[in-house]
Design a protein around this ligand. Structure first.
Ligand SMILES: [Fe+2]
Ligand SMILES: [Fe+2]
Length: 370
């Protein structure tokens, strides 16, 4: 009887023996770029509350309503994109990487945390400073009911959910004889393309308006926040683009051709929605034409991050916006507050000694009261 029990226990323990848990060893490079992205990401870390938005209020309060509306709607579009990039986009791509890629996962998870906890939160901070609760509620309802915005979210998140499904299949059914590794790789590649389209392309129609103001020295604090977000998103798009290229290189020529067609079809599907979304926001401020040029400019950049040739002809982007976009060449200008002289807020705990005042000061304070 006892022998039989031992055999039974062995059987139960068998699958556990197969599992090998390992730790992330940062002493060994996983590749020649991930640790550089790690350093860059962490050195860029910032918090939404580090930037006071109060100085913008005197400009905001005198803006005409159509301009306020356009500004707020753009930030809402950005909120929706960042929310889902944080909730599912980055986490699902991270989970899809093979188990031994601990450093890559760490970099993606860090990026994912920034999307919602920092970027989306920052847009909310701007709303809370500029607008009433009722206006904020109405704005979010506008986004929830916007046909094109919802369609864009559905398309992007659709590829994330599909990869989520494949992650599950890989984890629990990869021993099955019908398991198709190529199908998994294709789902992974498509989700990465969706991610790069979001990071390097779709965000930018929303960035355009704050940059347009920033380039003219207006709403500078919000513009500073947009610059910090933009700096993050640009390395996010580069990193995921690089991972996508690695996956793409493993495919057969035939499959590469098929997926190149898909990359362009998906681009055009999003482009159609993006154009209508731009019209619905920018017609009211006569900037639709300019913003659509910017949309095509950034679609090309996203394709280049993915290793593909540009799709659209090159066009001249509004120099005011390019001025706001270029974070590297800015010089500090104390009068307009323009520049990337951003510093993190420093704080320290209150101590008992902080409440010991000089006698002189107390006397003069009491004197003032009299
Ligand atoms: Fe983000
Ligand atoms: Fe991002």
């Amino acid at each position: 009887m006892a022998k039989k029990k031992v055999e039974q226990n062995k059987k139960i323990l068998e699958p556990i023996k197969k599992v090998l848990y390992e730790g992330a060893n940062w002493n060994q490079l996983e590749d020649d770029y991930t640790q550089q992205f790690y350093e860059q990401n962490l050195s860029q870390f910032w918090r939404p509350e580090d930037i006071s938005l109060q100085p913008d209020l005197n400009v905001w309060s005198i803006l005409p309503e159509n301009i306020q509306q356009a500004y707020a709607k753009n930030l809402l579009v950005l909120t929706f994109l960042d929310t889902h990039q944080g909730d599912i986009g980055m986490p699902v791509v991270s989970r899809s990487l093979d188990d031994h890629f601990h450093q890559r996962k760490a970099v993606l998870n860090f990026m994912g945390a920034m999307e919602n906890a920092v970027h989306a939160k920052s847009y909310s901070n701007i709303f809370m400073t500029y607008m009433s609760n009722q206006e904020i509620d109405e704005l979010f309802i506008w986004g929830e009911k916007h046909k094109n915005l919802q369609k864009i979210m559905q398309l992007i998140v659709g590829y994330y959910k599909e990869l989520d499904r494949f992650n599950y299949i890989k984890q629990f059914m990869s021993d099955n004889k019908d398991y198709d590794q190529t199908a998994f790789d294709v789902a992974q590649f498509k989700a990465m393309v969706a991610s790069v389209y979001l990071e390097t392309w779709l965000f930018y129609s929303g960035f355009y308006y704050p940059l347009f103001f920033y380039g003219q020295g207006k709403l500078m604090q919000a513009g500073e926040i947009i610059n910090l977000i933009l700096r993050d998103e640009s390395i996010h798009g580069l990193y995921v683009g690089r991972l996508a290229q690695e996956v793409f290189e493993t495919f057969s020529n035939e499959l590469q051709e098929e997926l190149t067609t898909w990359v362009h079809e998906f681009l055009l599907e999003l482009y159609h929605e993006q154009n209508e979304l731009v019209e619905s926001i920018y017609d009211a401020v006569d900037l639709t034409h300019d913003v659509k040029i910017f949309v095509r400019y950034n679609a090309n950049k996203a394709l280049m991050n993915l290793g593909f040739d540009p799709y659209f002809e090159p066009e001249d982007v509004n120099p005011v916006v390019l001025n706001g976009l270029n974070t590297e060449t800015k010089t500090m200008d104390n009068f307009s507050m323009k520049g990337n002289g951003y510093q993190k807020m420093k704080s320290e705990m209150l101590k008992d000694t902080d409440f010991i005042f000089e006698k002189k000061k107390i006397i003069s304070f009491e004197g003032d009261k009299k």
